[in-house]
Design a protein around this ligand. Structure first.
Ligand code: PEP
Ligand code: MN
Length: 262
């Protein structure tokens, strides 16, 4: 088993896909802890929450930064869940590692910048934490491959990829168009490297989360990164695509049943 999957499997109790779930953003201590507790009760073992939020346009909620890392530490202590967050620059690496975050991911905007990815790789050099790289916003296989190579060259072994779809001008159905063939090519290029799907940023709406998740799992993806908020309608970011913790638990259970029946 790839080592990233053995790390994650410690936090996954079922036979089904590895599910990482949690809010787009850690907005407050209460929202973070309530969401984590509800997800844990719903059988989800790995928590996600953005603490530094890369906003396309200025002026929106940009995350609570280092203060929120302490909330993630509390999630880990009180629920036993593994924790994950996005790192957008080399400056985020040290505080995230210090807060004991188990899984770090590089977001789609950062993944499109070789300078930023190289600086992050240098800051992470030699870490045994799990590091995922989302596909860059644009459909460029070489850019995504280069990101993986930069991490490997820095001696980071526990790495994986997340297909979150690609920005396509004029696209109406999806927020970010899934390009399944392109992601397949990445799996061919990096054999054995786990591939996850982020159906939340792909679909952009709640109703697309489950069908996209099912499609990914049918294609043999190793896991899912799903946005879930204790009260989706009140989320400060990505309100239209977040599902409740109970919905996330139901989705994981249905996918597990489908997987074990097949
Ligand atoms: C996120 O996962 O919170 C996020 C910002 O995603 P992406 O980089 O895919 O836009
Ligand atoms: Mn989001």
């Amino acid at each position: 088993m790839n080592s990233i999957l053995s790390i994650l499997s410690e936090y996954t109790t079922t036979e089904g896909p590895v599910v990482i779930a949690g809010p787009c953003s850690a907005e407050s201590r209460e929202q973070t802890l309530k969401t984590a507790r509800a997800l844990s009760d719903a059988g989800i073992g790995i928590f996600r929450a953005g603490v530094w939020k890369p906003r396309t346009r200025p002026g929106g909620f940009e995350g609570r930064g280092e203060e929120a890392l302490e909330w993630l530490r509390e999630v880990k202590e009180t629920t036993g869940m593994a924790t994950s967050t996005e790192i957008g620059s080399a400056a985020h690496v040290e505080p995230a590692l210090r807060a004991g975050i188990d899984i770090l991911w590089i977001g789609a905007r950062t993944a499109a910048s070789p300078f930023a990815v190289q600086e992050i790789a240098d800051a992470l050099r030699g870490t045994d934490r799990a590091v995922f790289v989302k596909n860059p916003v644009c459909a460029d296989l070489e850019l995504w491959s280069g990101d993986m190579e930069r991490l490997m060259d820095a001696g980071i072994r526990n790495i994986g990829m997340i297909h979150r779809g690609f920005k396509t001008y004029g696209e109406k159905r999806y927020r970010n168009t899934p390009l399944w063939d392109l992601a397949e090519e990445m799996r061919r290029r990096f054999p054995g490297m786990p591939m996850f799907c982020d159906p939340s940023h792909m679909g952009g709406t709640r109703g697309l989360v489950e069908p996209l998740s099912a499609r990914a799992i049918e294609s043999g993806y190793d896991g899912l990164l799903i946005e879930s908020h204790i009260c989706p309608a009140r989320a400060l970011t990505d309100a239209s695509q977040q599902i409740t913790p109970a919905e996330a638990g139901g989705l994981a259970a249905r996918l597990t049943r489908a997987l074990t029946a097949s």
